[in-house]
Design a protein around this ligand. Structure first.
Ligand code: WT7
Length: 655
């Protein structure tokens, strides 16, 4: 099948234009595209002026040392001041910033005035511990308000934070502390997970015993568990922070002052420390949050279900939302505790109006059935967002119909740790959406889909997603490794940022993200995305979730192997029968074409996922190709692989 034929299959017939009501009140407007097209840099300068600068910038973009960008040169600002103090100064001190909900059910509202005091006290505590502007501080914390306070306290004194997801191992923490040469680690005794207290400090103790740069460990008491204590190094948060003055004068830093480092995996083993700086990052995080989520700070209750350990938590829990004076829900725990309706219970009680989550969660809820969300009043919701992986049309429709009562606009937002903020997304109230498509680049963003020779593919074509112009929140480099930065992102296509994703433009020019390019299969010389096959499988009524890999095949180059989880309610006889597998293969053939028919389909109870919820296709490929599975330590549940491998051996090839 030709690329064009494949692209045709991707062009959705269903189009959902914005409702007149939504459009009438939307923050975004179609003029934004025109304005940015007429003068991109002036457009970004205008967005930067939503922030409060201590000193106005002299130059919008300095690209003379490309690919090392400098945005808003000469400007100075304090990021924490922009996220907290200025709202208090503007008379919003009593507005609730954070509505915290702990997993055990404890609740705590924190106003902007209270947040300001807490951030100042934490900043003063860090100064007392000897942390200075330019230092690095590692943060290894649960989703509790102190995590946000800790990040803002670092920003306030000009120390770059490096948040390490609390689900990572002590070895992962150690290597990140080491790479960034962090001087302080902020952590907690433990976190609440599925009804029990999970310790955190032991992992820090182990990591820090091998990292000579760390002078102090600051520990928040969360679970009350016993912890080992080193008096020369460990300090309780409540001992040192609570006795500090709530006054701290924020210093204005250069627009390019480092704000944070966040590690993300690359194709090699060593995680990359992605560096983000202050002025450009905050400009784009706030701009996108305001317009893509249509935030109305006086009315909305916003909830992003991400963890601060990922970039989504940085840009869309901490920096973008707080810069925009959000009122937001912060939830500590998992979606299934105490029941599988915990999220919908939270939406109902807090009257959440803007909700941002990941397709993997959406598909999990589909699997759990419609009754759980339908047993709650979700009528407060007015906008839904998706991020992290392609959202298949069926999941998009379910999200819209079952969660969004068939009326909420959905924004499918494409971006990366490296981009710092959303790059490709519909604008709610402006863009007519197709289920499964992220539609197009935001105003001010240069994007193209190019072929191997860097030629733009045009509508109906597929290739590599590239970003053609520098953007304010772009990564400024890989910490300590400028060569790797150039090599990874800027060497494949001259003068363009290579995102590592495959994409297609449909006949209307809407973009369809097809996953990482290493997830694109080649079957008999035809390119087929794992995502396309997964979408086809999930569109079958019996399937809740699917993962597809290309396994080496003597005849066809690669053969497609699919792992599927069935929806709740599929009868046992059907679930275990040969007929279902045949039906699914035929269904894929009908949806995409015989070429995309999986060689093998495995019905499995679970899929191997990282703790951040990404399906680990590498492991599935290893199973499909009968290889040893290697390291499974980053899996949320390593036993899943045994279940799958056992089942696969029992399964048989067809045709
Ligand atoms: C990769 C970046 C951005 C926050 C979470 C992930 C994939 C992300 C989408 C989307 C299709 C998406 C891409 C990208 N991705 N959003 N809306 N549609 N794919 O951040 O861990 O840095 O991963 O996630 O493959 O390259 P990340």
């Amino acid at each position: 099948m030709s690329n064009d034929a494949l692209a045709n299959l991707l062009s959705e017939d269903r189009v959902f234009p914005p409702s007149a009501d939504f459009a009438a009140q939307a923050n975004a407007s179609s003029e934004m595209y025109d304005e940015a097209a007429a003068d991109r840099l002036a457009f970004w300068a205008e967005q930067a002026r939503y922030l409060t600068w201590e000193r106005e910038f002299d130059e919008i973009l300095d690209w003379s040392d490309a690919p090392f960008a400098r945005w808003f040169s000469g400007g100075t600002l304090n990021v924490a001041y922009n996220c907290v103090d200025r709202h208090v100064e503007n008379g919003f001190g009593t507005q609730v910033a954070i509505r915290f909900e702990g997993e055990p059910g404890d609740r705590r509202d924190i106003t902007y005035a209270e947040l300001k005091d807490e951030v100042c006290k934490a900043a003063n505590a860090l100064l007392e511990l000897g942390v200075a502007s330019g230092d690095r501080v590692a943060i290894y914390m649960p989703m509790i308000p102190e995590a946000i306070v800790a990040m803002l306290a670092c920003a306030r004194i000009g120390a770059a934070h490096s948040v390490v997801f609390a689900g990572f191992s002590s070895e992962a923490l150690r290597s990140r502390i080491d790479d960034a040469q962090a001087v302080v680690v902020i952590t907690a005794d433990g976190q609440n997970r599925r009804g029990s207290a999970m310790p955190l400090k032991p992992a820090v103790d182990e990591a820090v015993s091998q990292t000579p740069t760390v002078t102090n460990v600051l520990v928040v008491r969360r679970t009350g568990s016993d912890v080992d204590w080193d008096d020369s190094r460990d300090v309780w948060w409540h001992d040192i922070v609570d006795r500090q003055s709530p006054d701290h004068t924020p210093e204005a830093f250069d627009a390019e002052h480092p704000l944070f480092i966040l590690y993300t995996s690359g194709t090699t083993g060593k995680p990359k420390g992605i560096l983000h700086t202050s002025g450009g990052y905050l400009t784009q995080a706030a701009f996108t949050h305001r317009n893509v989520f249509d935030l109305k700070p006086d009315d909305d209750i916003y909830w992003c279900t991400a963890d601060i350990g990922w970039v989504t938590g940085h840009s869309y829990i901490v920096y973008g939302p707080l810069a925009n004076r959000v009122t937001q829900v912060v939830y500590e725990g998992t979606p299934d505790t105490p029941g599988k309706d915990r999220w919908w219970d939270i939406v109902e009680r807090h009257k959440v109006s803007i909700f941002y989550t990941a397709p993997t969660a959406i598909r999990t809820f589909m699997k759990w059935g419609d009754e759980l969300p339908q047993s709650h009043d979700l009528s407060s919701l007015r906008l839904l967002g998706s991020v992290g992986e392609p959202i298949n049309p069926e999941a998009w429709m379910w999200y819209r119909d079952v969660i969004g009562s068939g009326t909420c606009p959905i924004v499918d937002t494409w971006w990366q740790t490296e981009t710092g903020a959303i790059m490709i997304s519909p604008l709610p109230g402006v863009t007519a959406c197709k289920p499964g498509s992220a539609m197009g680049p935001l105003p001010g963003i240069g994007m193209a889909v190019v072929d191997d020779n860097q030629v733009p593919v045009g509508n109906g074509g597929g290739g590599y997603l590239v970003l053609t112009e520098p953007w304010p929140s772009m990564l400024r480099g890989i910490w300590g490794d400028p060569e790797r930065f150039k090599e990874t992102y800027w060497s494949r296509f001259a003068g363009m940022y290579f995102a590592g994703d495959g994409a297609k433009l449909d006949n209307d020019g809407a973009i369809w993200l097809l996953g990482r390019v290493d997830d694109v299969m080649n079957v008999s010389g035809h390119r087929i995305s794992t995502t396309e096959v997964e979408s086809a499988l999930v569109s079958h009524e019996a399937v809740a979730e699917a993962a597809v890999v290309g396994a080496t095949d003597e005849t066809t180059g690669q053969g497609i192997v699919a792992f599927v989880i069935l929806r709740g309610g599929v009868p046992e006889e059907t679930a275990t029968g040969e007929q279902l597998v045949k039906d699914l293969r035929d269904h894929v053939a009908t949806e995409i074409g015989p070429i995309a028919k999986p060689r093998q389909i495995m019905v499995v109870p679970e899929l191997p996922k990282t703790r951040s919820g990404k399906i680990m296709r590498r492991l599935l490929r290893d199973v499909a190709e009968h290889r040893d599975m290697g390291d499974v330590t980053t899996l949320a549940d390593p036993t899943v692989m045994n279940l799958i491998a056992t089942g696969l051996d029992a399964g048989s090839d067809e045709d």
